[in-house]
Ligand binder design. Structure first.
Ligand SMILES: [Cu+2]
Length: 275
């Protein structure tokens, strides 16, 4: 009789313990599930020369051309965070008013451009996906659906007429053999509706591994520090030479397709700050 009483008490105690530990565990998860924030840092440089100072830092390309930038801007959109199980969190994808940003080297603070993202689900993120430019899905929503970002892009010189669309990447500066003396401008971007116009689609997506997991919580705002190596522009997978056929190029000509395919390879996550 005693042993039964003992066993039943033991059973009740175990049940109570597991119930209470289970419910307190749930409470913790509920509290911790509060979204947090995430910061992206973009640092534009020539990887062997350090940060780019506009009108100053001069690099020599693999084809032997000296060049420097006076303008260096690009559009980042469709930011997607990928967790340790491969699940994706899409940050206002195909909604430029909330999810597209202009990186402008003229606005860099101590060499760094910042993008601050809010309302990020608490999670451990292992990869980040970036869109370079504005996707056709976003553009084809129409001008009314992205009035705020369109105005921003116009003000920043990152847009042509609505029919032509956005400038995805804007590179301007000087180049030359012995010294950078000739002006160049390479403005890459889609010609409006690319399938209707039968022109190349220059929008690109780039997936980058994070060397350290970004742990977003309501207390921790990780900062993902991205280096962009502009050596890829003229010295990338297709070595490019600037001359009078391509030094004043705007749109999506073959030269600008090559520029785009070179610079999509310039991004890498150097490190992640979890603090
Ligand atoms: Cu850093």
């Amino acid at each position: 009789m005693k042993i039964y009483k003992f066993l039943s008490l033991f059973f009740i105690a175990c049940t109570l313990f597991s119930l209470s530990s289970c419910s307190s565990h749930d409470d913790d998860e509920m509290q911790d599930a509060t979204p947090g924030n995430l910061q992206l840092k973009f640092e534009n440089g020539f990887n062997n020369l350090g940060d780019i100072v506009l009108n100053q830092t001069t690099q020599t390309s693999s084809n032997g051309q000296k060049h420097q930038f006076s303008t260096l801007k690009y559009i980042i959109s469709n930011i997607t965070l990928i967790d340790e199980h491969g699940n994706e969190f899409k940050y206002h994808n195909n909604d430029p008013d909330k999810g597209a940003f202009i990186i402008d080297q003229a606005e860099a603070v101590a060499g760094i451009n910042y993008i601050n993202l809010t309302e990020i689900p608490k999670n451990n993120y292992k990869k980040i996906k970036l869109g370079l430019g504005i996707s056709q899905n976003a553009y084809l929503i129409g001008q009314e659906g992205q009035g705020i970002f369109w105005q921003k892009a116009k003000t920043s010189g990152m847009a042509w007429s609505w029919a032509a669309g956005y400038v995805f990447t804007k590179l301007e500066g000087k180049y030359g053999t012995s010294a950078p003396t000739n002006e160049f401008m390479n403005h890459c971007g889609n010609m409006g509706n690319t399938s209707a116009n039968n022109t190349p689609d220059l929008y690109r997506e780039i997936t980058l591994d994070l060397p350290t997991t970004a742990r977003v919580t309501k207390e921790i705002t990780p900062s993902i520090h991205i280096l962009a190596d502009l050596n890829q522009y003229l010295s990338g997978q297709t070595a490019l030479t600037l001359d009078n056929t391509n030094d004043m190029a705007m749109g999506s000509s073959q030269h600008l397709v090559n520029v785009t395919d070179n610079i999509v390879k310039m991004f890498k996550v150097d490190h992640v700050h979890n603090d």
